[in-house]
Design a protein around this ligand. Structure first.
Ligand SMILES: Nc1ncnc2c1ncn2[C@@H]1O[C@H](COP(=O)(O)OP(=O)(O)O)[C@@H](O)[C@H]1O
Ligand SMILES: [Mg+2]
Length: 273
């Protein structure tokens, strides 16, 4: 029952891959469901990537622009979600992103009501992961970052990755103030250990995902799964990251005394195939 925003710095540090790993490992006890909303203004990668283009461009964020203008975002949202479970249980869902970044300009009326929806999505026990890509935490879609419980900056622990993260971290902090907690999630592609990164950048490293190109390609490009993918290093690390992230949300909510339940009507979720 939380909104977790993910963003990255220069290059492609692995925001979408990390978000997918969290989506697939998010704990679902007590009837929980989880949605990954791909809100990267530069365009989405999940439909052509993890989902291998099998759905064409039929589902996604783009279809919400008209609905938002007509005040029907609530109903439309659930219809745009794609189930990524093998068993069709609809408890791990993706809102695919824009397939053409040119469409970002028409999304202005969507971001605010969408962020309000995410913040109130708890009535049906959905947690939401929001992929903001490189730019999405700034500009018109910044409200998505502002209303998140936790903001995770995904960075590779290379010199280049960390320099970019440092600049981005400062910008995020200025932008979000104390409204959202900014933390680091490292992709272990470089030599710098988490403790050192934490000290240098002055932000907690919530988790470190291992550098595993073969496993990552399953999540970023829909590559064939290596043997025992479900218990691979990357997936196991993502699973423990979810525990830490949920702890952070719980601590923050306890501090702010946010009530546990909201009011979103989610009845249309069953029709969202
Ligand atoms: N933990 C990881 N280990 C190895 N490669 C990774 C990892 N995370 C991401 N990658 C790779 O990095 C590239 C960019 O990932 P992507 O998630 O699309 O980045 P972003 O969303 O930040 O642009 C992809 O080829 C992906 O497979
Ligand atoms: Mg991405």
């Amino acid at each position: 029952m939380a909104v977790i925003a993910l963003a990255g710095g220069l290059g492609a540090p692995g925001v979408t891959t990390t978000a997918m790993a969290l989506l697939l490992t998010w704990p679902l006890e007590g009837g929980h469901r989880v949605v990954l909303a791909e809100c990267d203004p530069d365009g989405g990668a999940i439909l052509p990537g993890a989902l291998q283009g099998t759905l064409g461009g039929t589902h996604g964020l783009r279809n919400l622009a008209l609905a938002a203008r007509q005040g029907q975002l609530g109903e439309a949202f659930w219809r745009q979600l794609v189930d990524v479970t093998d068993a069709g249980t609809r408890d791990r869902l993706v809102l695919p992103g824009l397939y053409d970044p040119a469409h970002a300009s028409s999304m202005g009326p969507v971001w605010k009501p969408l962020s309000a929806m995410f913040a109130g999505i708890e009535a049906h026990a959905h947690d939401v992961l929001v992929d903001l890509g490189r730019r999405g935490a700034f500009g018109p879609s910044q409200v998505l970052a502002q209303r998140a419980d936790v903001m995770l900056l995904v960075a590779r622990n290379t010199l280049r990755g960390l320099q970019s993260a440092e600049v981005r971290l400062a910008a995020l902090r200025e932008q979000l103030g104390t409204t959202s907690e900014v933390r680091l999630l490292l992709v272990d592609a470089g030599p710098f250990p988490a403790g050192e990164v934490q000290r240098q950048l002055g932000a907690e490293v919530v988790a470190t995902l291992p550098w595993r190109p073969g496993e990552a390609a399953v999540l970023s490009d829909g590559a064939e799964q290596p043997r025992k993918f479900e218990v691979s290093e990357l997936i196991r690390a993502a699973r423990s990251a979810t525990t830490r992230i949920r702890q952070l949300v719980a601590t923050r909510r306890a501090r702010l005394s946010v009530p546990a339940r909201g009011s979103l009507e989610a009845r249309a979720v069953t029709g969202a195939r």
